[in-house]
Design a protein around this ligand. Structure first.
Ligand code: AMP
Length: 468
């Protein structure tokens, strides 16, 4: 299927061709025709799937091919895209500017952490398209510097994350100011927990649904590796791992803002060019850090979960979890930045005893084996207790101890308490396999991770269907 087949206009096709887009991604293939037909849409798609163009292209086509209902002479925004973070807002805005290269669609991007003056000037002059973070948009609404009564298309991008960040009340306040009739609403989210469904039920009209990434699955091309380590030696181990491949661009996740700063300073002083990105950094510092990382001026970017959300870095070979996320779903978001578009990627986690419980939750969520191995010289003094299974160290350097669960795949019987465990006889004899069947792989040489067994396929597009 080509972009032309989806019904996109020549002025967009030309811009896409110049950007090197040859074929639509699955979410684009499914969403674009529905949005062009004017349907509300619930889309399950994460960053990296091409979701921005999936809503952006039909939205731009709508703006370019239909006229605004003029009221009182003032130009009011016609389309509003809400995003959880400043970084994502900037990226979405940049992407849409690229797609609308051959159009004249005045637009702006508004977010907090920067002065109001410039945003006020642009809003006063008038825009058709507004990309905004909820907090700052509310500020503008309170100042009456923005009039949302002319919004024809609303996009909630990364809606799950907006809710996680506590934006639900702000979103509802914004929604209350939008026209109820003749508004098209598009909601994109990686996950569909109940509050998202509730939001959809309340504010959408018979939305169609497309799903390109089944919940909580990750690219098959990613190798997941876990290095057990004593908490006090994590920094040293990280440095050791980074030093082995000193020029490899690596995104490192830390739990706290303070922790990210300390880690970045430590790595930088140790000779690895590092930047940190987190919520206490100013917008310009964050953009600079991201720009330096993308341009290769820094090799390592240390980030917290929220700051990293929406960062668009293509083909990142490696993500290291210096700290495991406390919420297992964040693991999926973190490593979604590697292994994109079929490229191989590595997700490495440094796990100390106190984090073993988080690893168990991740394994359960992913339904996937992990390759657990000690790094020689960094074996934990205190053997890590993985839960139900035997505590201990790797049986031999390079050997693997896959966390596992039984009966992989839909409909399979779960272990009573799935959790990491040694790759001994018990793991190897685990009988039931997922739908995929096929022989189970035995221990692998160092450097290879286990792949998930059978079970859910990835990216199997669902047929568009009706409301949730
Ligand atoms: P997104 O999921 O919107 O953040 O997009 C992820 C990346 O994929 C961005 O760098 C896009 O520029 C790129 N992209 C989106 N759609 C396509 C496509 N059809 N062909 C090639 N690259 C694409």
């Amino acid at each position: 299927m080509s972009f032309e087949d989806l019904g996109l206009a020549p002025f967009l096709l030309r811009a896409l061709a110049e950007q090197g887009y040859e074929n639509p991604t699955p979410v684009q293939e499914q969403a674009i025709p529905l949005v062009l037909q004017g349907h509300d849409l619930l889309a399950g798609a994460q960053t990296g799937t091409g979701k921005t163009a999936a809503f952006g292209l039909p939205l731009l086509q709508h703006l370019a091919t239909s006229a605004q209902e003029v009221r009182g002479g003032a130009r009011r925004p016609r389309a509003l895209i809400l995003t959880p973070t400043r970084e994502l807002a900037t990226q979405v805005h940049d992407s849409l500017r690229g797609y609308s290269k051959y159009l004249r669609i005045p637009s702006t991007c508004i977010y907090g952490g920067v002065g109001m003056g410039n945003q006020l000037d642009i809003l006063r002059r008038g825009v058709d398209l507004l990309v905004a973070c909820p907090g700052r948009l509310i500020d503008h609404m309170e100042r009456r510097s923005v009039d949302l009564s002319g919004i024809e298309v609303l996009v909630l991008d990364e809606a799950d994350r907006m809710l996680d960040m506590g934006f639900l009340p702000s979103i509802k306040r914004i929604l209350a100011k939008l026209p109820k009739q003749n508004r098209q609403t598009l909601l994109f989210s990686a996950t569909f927990a109940d509050p998202i469904k509730q939001l959809a039920l309340e504010f959408m009209r018979s939305p169609r649904e497309v799903m390109v990434t089944p919940r909580n699955t990750v690219a098959e091309t990613i190798a997941h590796r876990v290095h057990p380590v004593d908490a006090g030696r994590k920094r040293e181990l990280l440095l050791h791992l980074l030093a082995q491949e000193s020029r490899e661009q690596t995104l490192v996740f830390a739990k706290t803002k303070h922790g990210s700063d300390k880690l970045a300073t430590f790595l930088d002083k140790s000779g690895i060019k590092t930047a940190a990105i987190h919520g206490n950094k100013s917008q310009s510092q964050r953009l600079r850090a991201l720009g330096d990382f993308k341009a290769g001026r820094v090799t390592v970017l240390v980030a917290t979960d929220i700051a990293a959300r929406g960062i668009d870095i293509n083909e990142l070979p490696k993500v290291i979890n210096y700290d495991l996320p406390m919420v297992a779903e964040d693991y999926v978001h973190r490593i979604g930045r590697t292994g994109r578009n079929g490229a191989s990627g590595q997700a490495i986690s440094l796990v100390a005893q106190e984090d073993a419980k988080y690893l168990r939750q991740i394994v359960r969520l992913l339904d996937r084996d992990m390759d657990i191995r000690d790094v020689p010289g960094f074996e934990p003094q205190t053997p890590i207790r993985w839960g139900n299974s035997a505590p201990g160290k790797a049986e031999q350097p390079g050997g693997e101890r896959p966390p596992r669960r039984g009966g992989g795949g839909r409909g399979g019987q779960r272990d009573a308490a799935p959790g990491p465990r040694r790759g001994g006889a018990a793991a190897k004899s685990a009988a039931p396999r997922g739908e995929g069947g096929g022989p189970r792989r035995e221990a692998q040489p160092a450097g290879t991770g286990r792949r998930r067994r059978g079970g859910r396929g990835r990216g199997k597009p669902a047929q568009p269907s009706s409301a949730p």
